[in-house]
Design a protein around this ligand. Structure first.
Ligand code: CDT
Length: 314
């Protein structure tokens, strides 16, 4: 019997700055119910799925910044999503801004959680590769202040036994880094879920703008194939408060092929039946990491940030 998992990628269109959590959760619920009608067992929502992409705004008042964060999950706004998902027997990945206290210290993370079909928390991931900048750069048409509002995730890239497979998570910019997939790949990952908010305009190098969609799919497809894993990548898309966000949410097979992709820049559900046993075929027949990788010959050195290449020496 094959391990077939029907997964929905629930793309969101823009969220207005003034749109409250409750209104957004209504949109998530509508997508969740569509997913149930199409037999999904798991739905993936975007990064920071409860609010507009607030790192585009420069704020100095920490109390104001904290209004964009969730101090509890579930909370009053999201409990209904958890309840409905459990009633429908669907698990979900949800991205949100997390405010927590650890060892007496207040901390801010760009976080995703995975909840199973019975409503239990399977695991949490905190975004490691934070893009953008920490200070106001008024010459930009909009800010990208993730380095100001979040700290890098402190949970690594764990994988979890869930949905009859080995699953892991990452968030947006993480998908551009081969390490993200490889660290999970080395743990036998079979399904990687991620949400993203990707402005088409990349201020540091606007020459790359025309390739924003291409580079999105390029990294997702390469990461899937090179690690023999399904990848489900879900955008918040469209023109959000004057910022053009790419769409093209997609489900990628372990062969690197895009199985299905969104056609709009709005709220849209796409669905695929994902055979997790296809990963076993790639892992054993195409890659066989244990038999074929040559880590002792990669010429890596150990630096202050762990294992780095000679390329990084300075
Ligand atoms: N949200 C996120 O990580 N976006 C980045 C673009 C940042 S541009 C400064 C991405 O890689 O899509």
């Amino acid at each position: 019997m094959t391990r077939s998992l029907t997964i929905g990628a629930a793309q969101l269109g823009p969220i207005a700055r003034g749109e409250g959590r409750e209104a957004v959760v209504e949109r998530l619920l509508a997508l969740l119910r569509q997913a149930a009608a199409r037999d999904c067992k798991l739905v993936v929502f975007p990064e920071l799925a409860l609010t507009t992409f607030f790192p585009r705004y420069f704020m100095e008042d920490q109390a104001e910044v904290d209004t964009w964060f969730e101090a509890e999950m579930p909370n009053n706004s999201t409990q209904v999503l958890f309840d409905e998902a459990r009633r429908l027997g669907i698990g979900f990945y949800l991205g949100y801004a997390e405010l927590c206290v650890e060892n007496g210290q207040t901390r801010h993370f760009n976080t995703a959680i995975l909840v199973d079909e019975a409503g239990n928390l399977v695991g949490k991931y905190r975004k490691v590769h934070l893009p953008g900048h920490a200070e106001n750069e008024p010459e930009r048409p909009f800010q990208h202040l993730e380095k100001r509002y979040f700290e890098p995730g402190n949970l690594g890239f764990p994988v979890f036994q869930a949905f009859d497979g080995i699953v892991g998570m990452c968030i947006c910019n993480d998908r551009r880094w081969p390490e993200t997939y490889r660290v999970m790949g080395m743990q036998g990952v079979e399904l990687i879920m991620l949400g993203y908010n990707t402005p088409r305009y990349f201020a540091p190098a606007p020459d790359l703008n025309r390739m924003a969609d291409f580079h999105n799919h390029l990294v997702l497809q390469a990461g899937a194939y090179q690690n023999g894993s399904w990848v489900v990548a879900v955008a918040k898309a469209g023109e959000e408060e004057g910022c053009d966000l790419i769409g093209e949410s997609c489900i990628v097979a372990p062969t690197g092929e895009i199985v299905t992709q969104c056609q709009t820049l709005g709220d849209e559900l796409i669905v695929a039946s994902c055979d997790l046993d296809l990963c076993t075929m790639l892992h054993t027949k195409r890659w066989d990491f244990a038999g074929n990788r040559e880590p002792e010959h990669y010429g890596l050195i150990t630096g202050s940030k762990g294992v780095v290449s000679p390329f990084d020496q300075s």
